[in-house]
Design a protein around this ligand. Structure first.
Ligand SMILES: C[S@@+](CC[C@H](N)C(=O)[O-])C[C@H]1O[C@@H](n2cnc3c(N)ncnc32)[C@H](O)[C@@H]1O
Length: 165
């Protein structure tokens, strides 16, 4: 089943992105996919700070272009790319880590695709919205500023296909 846009554009705060990637234990050389990659900030942090390869999937041409320009300015083109397409049509089978900042209903629509295509051991980290029907491996309440409750974010970690040894 394919849907159109399932979330508006809002960028995740940088501190939240860093914490999401730490929680996912993103390692150098792994492949991260940000489904709905907006201005590319998750991709850039994954590549520069975690040494990962990163692929963004973004339905809005203006945002995909903006992200691609930033990636080129930062000379990250060898490790980061943006696909201007619908995430429901993207191949997610190579991802070690998937990042999401969508909506609860969007995550629900995406779940069957992830269950079908993700490789064993892949981790899914979602900012603020749970994936209905999945049991999180870990949930963290992250406060950007300890004094202000409105800077609180929730980070959900899922391991939908645990690796069998
Ligand atoms: C809340 S923003 C998150 C941006 C980025 N991941 C972050 O955390 O900073 C959600 C993004 O998903 C994109 N989006 C929504 N539905 C999509 C779809 N079906 N395929 C690809 N991108 C989509 C929106 O255009 C928007 O840029």
């Amino acid at each position: 089943m394919t849907y159109g846009s399932i979330a508006p554009y809002v960028g995740s705060p940088i501190a939240v992105i860093r914490r999401m990637l730490q929680i996912a234990r993103l390692k150098p050389g792994e492949t991260l996919m940000d489904l709905g990659s907006g201005d590319g900030r998750v991709l850039i942090i994954a590549a520069r700070e975690f040494g990962a390869n990163a692929i963004g999937v973004e339905i809005r041409p203006d945002l995909a272009k903006q992200a691609q320009q930033k990636i080129e300015q930062l000379n990250l083109g060898h490790r980061v790319k943006v696909l201007n397409m619908n995430m429901f049509d993207a191949d997610v089978s190579q991802a070690d880590v998937i990042t999401l900042y969508l909506t609860t209903s969007g995550n629900q629509r995406l779940r069957p695709k992830l269950e079908k295509e993700l490789k064993p051991g892949a981790r899914v980290v979602s900012h603020d919205f749970e994936v209905p029907g999945w049991k999180p491996a870990y949930v963290e309440t992250f406060r950007e500023n300890p004094h202000y409750t409105w800077t609180t974010h929730t980070i959900y970690l899922y391991k939908p296909k645990p690796q069998k040894f």
